[in-house]
Design a binder for this molecule. Structure first.
Ligand SMILES: CC(C)(COP(=O)(O)OP(=O)(O)OC[C@H]1O[C@@H](n2cnc3c(N)ncnc32)[C@H](O)[C@@H]1OP(=O)(O)O)[C@@H](O)C(=O)NCCC(=O)NCCS
Length: 299
């Protein structure tokens, strides 16, 4: 599945996926007054919104054509850290095959990696279990906040969901490294490393207490870096949570028939922790030592 910006020629196809008024209201709530609408109506609304420059329309596609559609917008123009997804829909002939979840994960990835959002929100009607489950499985959480809309002569309850990526600032990352007495690195290196890797961070009362990173070549090579639990939080299961999350992210990324080799460098005396997750110590009967070398500027 790939994403690209919406084009006017997509509108008729997207509207053809809406086969009933209830699906229509699930999709747009009250943003269009009457049902049904045409591709032209959708284009007209998008053209009007274009003057605001706070909404971006996407489609998902594969070799067989369009799969789905969604928007990402800034609900508050002054807060560019928060974005909201909307108008989510998958081709009615391809629903229930995991494509919605995949598309939402890609949308979240876009919002976090390219728009640098620290919060993504979405609304979903509680009488729409496929959408609710799709969003929860993609990583959204239920805030418990609801809003009531009048749809098709009834009151529909809309649940407010939120996705907060476990991101960490370069400064926080550097201070975590210092807390476990690792060598200091310049903030530019910290920033580049964080933005080019998958980062999982657990916070307690807003403060990052545990961290792990995945550095991948998107082929078979994966490196686990910077598994850190702050000293006062060690021995409480945070390290296991970090490793389980990183390994589950790796498992989900493996393509059919594919395999990956995961490497890491254990700190002195920590080998047993990684052995619990199936890692083999080196050297062993088959493999030599893992090796590394630091090179400083100008050397
Ligand atoms: C909502 C929608 C985008 C979801 O896409 P989808 O491709 O059908 O969903 P997926 O197949 O990716 O399902 C994701 C998860 O939800 C679960 N799910 C799907 N339909 C479900 C249903 N009716 N009841 C309970 N769970 C359901 C799936 O089992 C899957 O969980 P899994 O990962 O554990 O297997 C799609 O159904 C759609 O276009 N609906 C019409 C428009 C709409 O309602 N938009 C939502 C606007 S808020």
């Amino acid at each position: 599945m790939r994403l690209r910006p919406f084009k006017k020629c997509d509108a008729d196809t997207i509207i053809s996926w809406i086969k009933s008024e209830s699906i229509f209201r699930y999709w747009c709530a009250d943003r269009f007054e009457s049902y049904p609408i045409t591709g032209k109506d959708l284009i007209a609304q998008y053209e009007e919104l274009a003057f605001n420059d706070d909404i971006f329309h996407f489609v998902a596609y594969d070799a067989s054509g369009l799969i789905g559609h969604f928007n990402i917008r800034y609900p508050d123009k002054d807060d560019i850290d928060t974005v909201r997804l909307g108008y989510v829909i998958v081709d009615d002939k391809r629903r229930g095959q995991g494509l919605g979840k995949k598309m939402i994960k890609m949308a979240l990835d876009y919002a976090v990696s390219y728009m640098h959002a620290s919060k993504v929100t979405i609304g979903v009607f509680d009488n729409n279990p496929s959408a609710l489950n799709c969003y929860l499985k993609a990583g959204f959480e239920d805030t418990g906040i609801t809003e009531v809309y009048s749809c098709m002569g009834k009151d529909w309850t809309c649940k407010e969901l939120i996705y907060c990526p476990s991101v960490i600032t370069p400064e926080e990352y550097i201070s975590m490294r210092e807390a476990v007495c690792w060598s200091s690195i310049p903030v530019e290196e910290a920033r580049a490393g964080l933005s080019n890797s998958y980062v999982y961070c657990i916070r307690e009362e807003g403060r990052p207490v545990a961290l792990g990173r995945l550095v991948k070549d998107n082929g078979y090579v994966v490196y686990i870096a910077d598994v850190i639990v702050l000293p006062e939080y060690q021995g409480k299961g945070y390290g296991t949570k970090i490793m389980e999350k990183l390994l589950s992210v790796i498992r989900e990324s493996i393509i059919p028939e594919g395999k990956v080799m995961i490497s890491l460098l254990a700190a002195q005396g920590k080998e047993g922790f990684y052995e619990k997750f199936g890692f083999d110590k080196r050297p062993n009967e088959y493999y030599g030592c893992g090796m590394h070398k630091w090179i400083k500027y100008g050397e």
